[in-house]
Each structure stands twice: as structure tokens, then as C-alpha cells.
Design a protein around this ligand. Structure first.
Ligand SMILES: NC(=O)c1ccc[n+]([C@@H]2O[C@H](COP(=O)([O-])OP(=O)(O)OC[C@H]3O[C@@H](n4cnc5c(N)ncnc54)[C@H](OP(=O)(O)O)[C@@H]3O)[C@@H](O)[C@H]2O)c1
Length: 248
């Protein structure tokens, strides 16, 4: 089968684990040169690079904290120096802290907003300056902007910001053929999702989806791949929910 991303360069933030790891795998499988970031898990990142190389693909891992603007600058500089082009940006790295409003500290709020809002914004700013015409930016949001869950206040606020900045950016970059979309997963079986939840809570959440299960990382990564295909070339400025009917 033809690899439709051959010759393209992609950045994926937070590619060492979870949803980002599956996205990196899909993009490399389709022939893209993928540069992905990790924060702590260098070993998992290196293993992914090696697996992709064995499969004939091309990936590189860079340590970068999305809360640190200088790390983001370094990431984009490194990609432009080595690959000379940027066609795809997937802003996937994200964190969550679950607390009731009365218990949130200012530090918690800054931590979430720095990674989930400021980090995504700064990556989008680099992409706006550097990306080739007809490129694509996909920002990972969340279904929690549609389903109001107690303790998700700061996280939901951050993902609402991601949706809104994506829509404005789609307007700004449309003239260059660059598409900007948000992909908003429902509950997906990753470490971030499982943290602090009992098996019973997870089963209850699964039962709330029309399809009666929580999602897999492939459910999200495959939608991202579809959105990058030129047959999705008329899709921009959208927030696409991938949640098994969780918020239907
Ligand atoms: N899982 C869900 O149910 C769900 C639902 C809706 C939306 N989402 C969104 O989907 C995205 C991925 O979530 P996930 O569940 O795959 O998370 P995850 O399993 O916790 O993986 C997070 C990834 O982001 C990286 N990362 C974390 N903090 C970072 C930082 N400050 N700077 C750079 N990289 C950082 C991690 O790197 P290390 O491995 O080095 O730590 C890891 O690669 C997030 O934006 C999340 O909000 C998830």
C-alpha cells in the first residue's frame, strides 16, 4: 500500500507513551520522518525509535518539557536544522491533576496550564512561522469539555483553551492551505486515564459510552492518521470527538 506521508516531517509531542506513542507509530508507518518528545521516559522513547527503525521507518526522540519555552525553541530549531522542513505538528503532550476546586493550589493550576495551554500555544506559534504550505496541525483536546466531571476543572479549562486556539489558528493559516483541527478523545486506556481510578470506576465510565467500552490508543491514533490524509483536505477548524459515543 502506498505510504501517503513519505517525504513529510512530523513533530509529535509526548510520544514516549500512551496516545502519542501510537500516533508516532502510525505516522512512521506511513513514511513520515517523525521527531517526537518525551519528558522522563528516555528508555521507552529509545525503544520506540529502535522498533520503528527495524520496521524501516524513521523516528528521533528529543527530551523536551512542554512547560519550558526554551525546550520548545530547541525542539523546533533541531527539527529545522536536521530535516529542513515541517509538515505536521501533533500537540499531544498533556497532563492532568484531579482535585475539587477548593483543593487546587496555584502551583497545580500553573502546572496544568503551562503544559496544556502555553506549551501548545508556543508549539503552534513555531508551526505558524515554519510550517510548509498545505501542512497540518492536530491538537489533542478532550471530551471533558462536553461532559462535566467533578475534579476535572483545571484540566477541562485547559482543553477548552486548546479547542478555541485551534479554531482561530485554522482561520489564520487557511490561506497557506494549512489545516488545524482538535481531536478530543473520551476515556482512553493509558496511564494518564487510569491514575487514581478504581476498576469499578473505569467499568462505570465504560458503560456510559454508546459502544460500552473505553477507548484504545489506536482508536485515537487512527483518527489522526485519517485527518492527515488528503481525503480529509476539506476538514479544518473542527473539534472531532473520538469517544465511542461517550458524550453523544
Ligand atoms: N487517556 C485519556 O483518557 C485521554 C482522554 C482525553 C484526552 N487525552 C489527552 O491525550 C493526550 C495524551 O494523553 P495520554 O493518556 O496518552 O497520556 P500519558 O499516557 O500520560 O502520556 C503522556 C505523554 O506526554 C509526555 N509528557 C507528559 N508531560 C510532559 C511535559 N511536561 N512535557 C513534555 N512531554 C510530557 C509523557 O512523556 P514521558 O513518558 O517522558 O513522561 C508521555 O509521552 C493528553 O493531551 C491528554 O490530555 C487523554
Amino acid at each position: 500500500m502506498e505510504k501517503f506521508l513519505t517525504g513529510k516531517t512530523a513533530i509529535v509531542t509526548g510520544g514516549s507513551r500512551g496516545i502519542g506513542r501510537a500516533i508516532v507509530g502510525n505516522l512512521a508507518e506511513q513514511g513520515a520522518t517523525v521527531v517526537f518528545t518525551y519528558l522522563h521516559n528516555q528508555q521507552q522513547a529509545n525503544e520506540l525509535v529502535e522498533t520503528i527503525a527495524v520496521q524501516g521507518g524513521s523516528a528521533r526522540a528529543i527530551a523536551a518539557d512542554m512547560a519550558q519555552p526554551e525546550d520548545i525553541d530547541h525542539l523546533f530549531l533541531s527539527v529545522m536544522n536536521s530535516c529542513r522542513r515541517l509538515d505536521i505538528l501533533i500537540n499531544n503532550a498533556g497532563i492532568a491533576i484531579y482535585k475539587r476546586f477548593e483543593d487546587f493550589t496555584e502551583q497545580d493550576i500553573n502546572q496544568i496550564f503551562d503544559v496544556n495551554i502555553k506549551g501548545v500555544f508556543l508549539c503552534c506559534r513555531h508551526a505558524a512561522r515554519l510550517m510548509e504550505n498545505n501542512g497540518s496541525i492536530i491538537n489533542i483536546g478532550s471530551t471533558v469539555t462536553r461532559v462535566m466531571l467533578p475534579t476535572y476543572g483545571a484540566y477541562a479549562a485547559s482543553k477548552g483553551a486548546v479547542e478555541q486556539m485551534s479554531k482561530v489558528l485554522a482561520r489564520e493559516l487557511g490561506g497557506r492551505g494549512i489545516r488545524v483541527n482538535t481531536v478530543s478523545p473520551g476515556p482512553i486506556d493509558t496511564e494518564l486515564f487510569r491514575a487514581g481510578k478504581s476498576d469499578e470506576q473505569i467499568a462505570r465510565l465504560a458503560a456510559q459510552a454508546a459502544l460500552g467500552r473505553i477507548g484504545t490508543v489506536a482508536d485515537v491514533a487512527d483518527l489522526v492518521t485519517v485527518l492527515l490524509d488528503e481525503r480529509s483536505g476539506w476538514v479544518t477548524g473542527q473539534n472531532i470527538l473520538v469517544n465511542g459515543g461517550f458524550a453523544a
